[in-house]
Design a protein around this ligand. Sequence first.
Ligand SMILES: Cc1cc2nc3c(=O)[nH]c(=O)nc-3n(C[C@H](O)[C@H](O)[C@H](O)COP(=O)(O)OP(=O)(O)OC[C@H]3O[C@@H](n4cnc5c(N)ncnc54)[C@H](O)[C@@H]3O)c2cc1C
Length: 405
Amino acid sequence: MAGRTETPIRASYDVIVVGGAIMGSSTAWFLTQNSDFNGRILVIERDMSYESCSTAHTNSCMRQQFSAELNVRISQYAADFVKNLRSHMGGDERVPDLSIRSFGYMYLADTDGFAEVLRKNQKIQAAAGAGTRLMDPDEIKAAYPFYNVDDIVLGSINRVDEGYWDGAAVFDWWRRQARERGVEYIENEVVAINRNAAGTRVQSVTLKSGEVIACGQLVNASGPRAAITARMAGIEVPVEPRKRYTWIFKADKPLDRDLPLTIDPSGVHVRENGGGTYMCGGHPDDDPAVACDDFTMDFSFWENHAWPIIATRIPQFEAIKVQSEWVGHYAMNAFDQNAIVGPHPELQNFIFLNGFSGHGLQQAPAMGRGTAEWLTYGEYRSLDLSPFCYDRIFARDAIVEKAVI
Ligand SMILES: Cc1cc2nc3c(=O)[nH]c(=O)nc-3n(C[C@H](O)[C@H](O)[C@H](O)COP(=O)(O)OP(=O)(O)OC[C@H]3O[C@@H](n4cnc5c(N)ncnc54)[C@H](O)[C@@H]3O)c2cc1C
């Protein structure tokens, strides 16, 4: 990245953002959009190559099929933001026109219990304006003859604003415009978070290079490292890195139509990737928390688990060749797999922006906008994100999302 620096210009900022990937950059950009915010912003990113962050390993899709209405609304805003990127970014001629490749997500249920969950979810989604459609096995087979539906009871798909979008481009433009508008990005690591004498507020952060930088408010946008960052301030947050495997493969005989992002009942998912290639994702059943720097690939998982499952579901995928594969980390909220956003109840200038599990890319527009509102006004003004507050963890008030991937 051009102009990398590790030293901040000032000794004090109104807002310090820990983590400069998609969530940190969305927040910084939305702050620069708001004429009521006049403060100085410092984004601290420990690795400007972004090599190991979740944002770099994403599958970059969005869906409307959630069971929590708020998650549907959040994705609807994402769809609007992506499809009107240039106008959201002030009509900047350099900003590309983006679209969503709406092949849809196809949830497949092989039990009556899960079929009932899909039926209930469809009602919630339809009430929120999403175009989710339920399909029985015959309808699925007629629309997508390549599926084996012998064990399937019901499917659920939405082909409006649901599919692939170019998350990397949005991230790039947020960061670029934020910097042009005066946000400072530095390559450095926050190694300590210091409270005031009374212990009631975050006063400053200590950088790996030794400087101590004061802040008015601090945003924890550190992805799978969220718990490490919170612990620096004496706070616990139930977010942990969990491995997610992705494979890109080429089919000897490509399918004759777009493959929806198909969520097999086993949890393995596979989707269209263009040019006769497909993207498959999955994770081991035991799914343990891993070290932040553990990106080792389990090669047997593809051979023994993922491939047999997709080749059973789509027999045409018996003849394929893997082109590339990678391991990424979800920042998994182990409590309820949903975001944790907003202030800590006691340390009120410590703002969470964490725990996005497998849906943070599509949530970045609404979460960045909401966090910027909170930092500016002390309240949410567009979409009320308060159900995602930190306090719910102690109240054991889970937002149970039944449509997880
Ligand atoms: C395989 C995979 C597939 C996915 N697919 C999808 C999808 O299809 N759709 C979707 O919506 N979401 C998807 N996600 C989830 C999505 O990618 C993430 O939720 C999102 O990228 C999270 O962004 P973030 O900015 O919170 O975290 P990250 O991208 O992890 O960024 C956190 C940043 O903080 C920095 N940092 C950490 N600690 C410090 C520190 N102490 N000092 C300074 N910097 C620090 C890190 O270096 C990092 O750059 C997927 C994730 C994975 C892994």
